[in-house]
Design a binder for this molecule. Structure first.
Ligand SMILES: Nc1nc2c(ncn2[C@@H]2O[C@H](COP(=O)(O)OP(=O)(O)OP(=O)(O)O)[C@@H](O)[C@H]2O)c(=O)[nH]1
Ligand SMILES: [Mg+2]
Length: 468
């Protein structure tokens, strides 16, 4: 797609508020003809003509289709280029929120010469017109998709340009190094002192470390954005379904005193202290000849292996269950994503609790004491789950990578810098080093959309929703 013709020629239209019944629905238009189309369809209640509307100001009136007459009473607003979201002339109608009205208005606008917008096309135009960089544009989609306060804050921070600033600073440092290397390549016989090896190595290492630190936030960022699966596992009767119900806040799973009650995994999504968490209640793990139960257990083990976190429940009133964890799961596979909850503390004894605690703490696993029926320890467990999932991210506004593309670019950049360091150290010609540095510069630039090709842009924006 050619950028210039793309920007100059066509005018696009889309509902911005989706196909739902609501108090208000918004239809937006962007492009060269946006204000003309508004003028053709909108009959202001006051004296001001559409072409004289102040930018960014609401006007009341009627939306009239030449073919069908009055379609709605509504508000119209025009936003003139370049001070609009897309950087082009824009108009919006704030209508009564019926899908039928929205459809008829979009059709009337199309009859005036606009075409339906592609997904993300408004934001794509904002990017192409320099209203925001690519990482910011992607944050728009994250913000629209944000499910919790934490993901909302991370996306907002990126939209404000927080991530872009860090990326551009790192890229600048590499550009400086690249310039010195170029001079060294171009005028080897001139009086340019060869850049000292150690200075460059140290600088590359600093950039490499910063990238590594950013990449570390990717797991957390993904959890904040997409949520985590937390699997409740343990021996039959440990209280998994009781805990599941207590955490989701309703009697969803069947609880009985009979071991082997839960046969199939059940899941429910909650907002756990700001994180979208999908809790999975599973069939209790034990050796069994029952075919149905065995299938359920197979499923439990699969769920546990795929989870971001496993909460292993132990019935602390039944000390014979002590060894059950190691019988089904290996500590090595779960060390970083396991919490042990000693349930039924209300009917346990201090000796048993201390003994169980010691057994798991010795393996480095955090342990909480719990009673689902007495509601003891639930808050502590929730805090521990949150901490295990997002670690020391104390200030959630902290910079976070949430986007796979960004993570990929950062990984490639770090690898290229790593190779540049190796080349420098082995005394390779500056051309070799320069090649790697250029690659790292390219990868960092791609995050904010410098030199990103149209195909990649189309792929990025096609994931957006219509009207954004
Ligand atoms: N005293 C006491 N009883 C509890 C507690 N939590 C659960 N129970 C009881 O333990 C029994 C088993 O609870 P469930 O939640 O069904 O246990 P489960 O782990 O889901 O069992 P399966 O589905 O068979 O694997 C029920 O009778 C619960 O009321 C607790 O904290 N204290
Ligand atoms: Mg159960």
């Amino acid at each position: 797609m050619n950028h210039e013709s793309f920007i100059a020629n066509d005018t696009i239209v889309a509902p911005a508020t989706g196909n739902v019944r609501a108090a208000v629905a918004i239809v937006r238009i962007s492009g060269a003809q946006a204000i003309e189309i508004c003028e053709a369809l909108f009959r202001p209640a006051g004296k001001t003509k559409v072409r004289d509307f102040l930018s960014h100001r609401f006007y009341l009136g009627e939306l009239v289709s030449p073919a069908e007459g009055v379609l709605d009473q509504c508000l119209a607003v025009v936003m003139r280029a370049p001070r609009s979201f897309t950087g082009e002339n824009m108009a919006e109608f704030h209508l009564h929120g019926s899908p039928a009205i929205v459809r008829s208005v979009v059709e009337a606008i199309m009859a005036c010469g606009a075409r339906p917008a592609q997904p993300g096309e408004f934001t794509q135009r904002a990017f192409l017109n320099g209203r925001m960089d690519l990482a910011q544009a992607e944050a728009v989609a994250d913000l629209v998709a944000a499910q919790t306060r934490l993901s909302q804050r991370i996306a907002l921070r990126q939209l404000e340009g927080g991530l872009s600033q860090v990326i551009l600073r790192l890229r600048d440092a590499l550009l400086d190094a690249a310039a010195e290397l170029e001079a060294w390549i171009d005028f080897p016989e001139e009086e340019i002192p060869p850049p000292t090896l150690e200075k460059h190595v140290a600088m590359f290492q600093r950039v490499e470390e910063e990238i590594a630190a950013l990449l570390k936030t990717y797991r957390v960022g993904l959890i904040a954005l997409e949520g985590a699966r937390v699997v409740l596992a343990g021996a039959p009767n440990a209280g998994k379904s009781s805990l599941f119900n207590a955490l989701i806040g309703r009697e969803r799973a069947i609880v009985t005193p009979h071991p082997g009650t839960t046969r199939d995994s059940i899941e429910g999504t909650i907002d756990l202290l700001g994180l979208p968490v999908t809790l999975v209640d599973t069939a209790g793990l034990r050796e069994t000849d029952d075919e149905i139960e065995a299938k359920g257990i197979e499923r439990s083990l699969r769920e546990a292996s795929q989870a971001e976190l496993v909460v292993w429940l132990v019935d602390a009133s039944a000390p014979h269950e002590r060894e059950s964890f190691a019988r089904f799961l290996a500590f090595e596979d779960y060390r970083d994503r396991l919490i042990v909850a000693l349930n039924k503390v209300d009917v346990s004894t201090p000796q048993i609790l201390a003994e169980l605690e010691q057994r798991f703490r010795k393996e480095g696993i955090p342990v909480v004491r719990l009673s689902c029926t007495q509601r003891i320890g639930l808050e502590t467990l929730e805090e521990l789950i949150r901490e295990r999932l997002i670690g020391t991210l104390s200030a959630p506004e902290e910079m976070c990578i949430t986007n796979q593309r960004h993570a990929e670019c950062l990984r490639m950049a770090a690898e290229a810098i790593g190779r540049a360091i190796t080349e420098l150290r082995r005394g390779a010609p500056p051309e070799f080093v320069s090649l790697e540095v250029q690659e790292a510069i390219g990868e960092l630039g791609a995050i904010v959309g410098l030199g990103t090709n149209d195909e990649i842009l189309d792929r990025i924006f096609s994931r957006f929703c219509i009207g954004k």
